[in-house]
Design a protein around this ligand. Sequence first.
Ligand SMILES: O=C(CO)[C@H](O)[C@H](O)COP(=O)(O)O
Length: 225
Amino acid sequence: MESKKLAGEKAVEYIKDGMIVGLGTGSTVYWTILKIGELIKQGLKIHGVPTSKDTEQLAVKMGIPLLNLSELSKIDLTIDGADEVNPRFDLIKGGGGALLREKMIASISERFVVVADETKYVTTLGKFPLPVEVTQFGWEITKKQIERMGQINPQLRLKDNAPYITDNGNFILDCYMNTIEKPEVLSVQLNMIPGVVENGLFVNMADTVIIGGSNGEIEIKHNTI
Ligand SMILES: O=C(CO)[C@H](O)[C@H](O)COP(=O)(O)O
């Protein structure tokens, strides 16, 4: 928790007065949102754009004024967590189920800052099962189509013994693979399957990655690729 807090709180240094800030989802960016709440009480003026209903609730509780994505054409900065990050600044996201909104918001952000503890930094993506958001309608067929791609084992995500339902009313298939050699290829292939709404690969989207270490140190990596 301490390394998540370190990374999460550090990210507020990228926020400037007047910015529109995309607010990610999860237990690392939680610390960013709490810190933003403190800064707002001290006079910081920003607007947030939440990536999930959970984040919306937290942001409201912290007194962060919010904007709706549909009112915007760009966002100055988005801060979000990740399940895995590789040295090419590719991410797996969606462990918390918010991948679609997270990707939409990151995609219109001038700067995308990722906050993570050191366990998330990996040489090759894929140990963490890749979340793929699919329509409820015909999800079994979508699952079969993903299986047919080979070496992928998609499993319907459950919560309390029932299918997990995203904020967008869809299901999630967690895809077990072990290694993802070419995230840029897999991402396109998955999104071509009818019934797939979005996948959790964020290919070279991060501009900055802030990594909190268990030794209390913070490492900041800038994307120059
Ligand atoms: O993608 C996400 C939610 O959909 C999260 O950012 C990701 O799961 C990391 O979460 P945490 O910071 O709790 O480890």
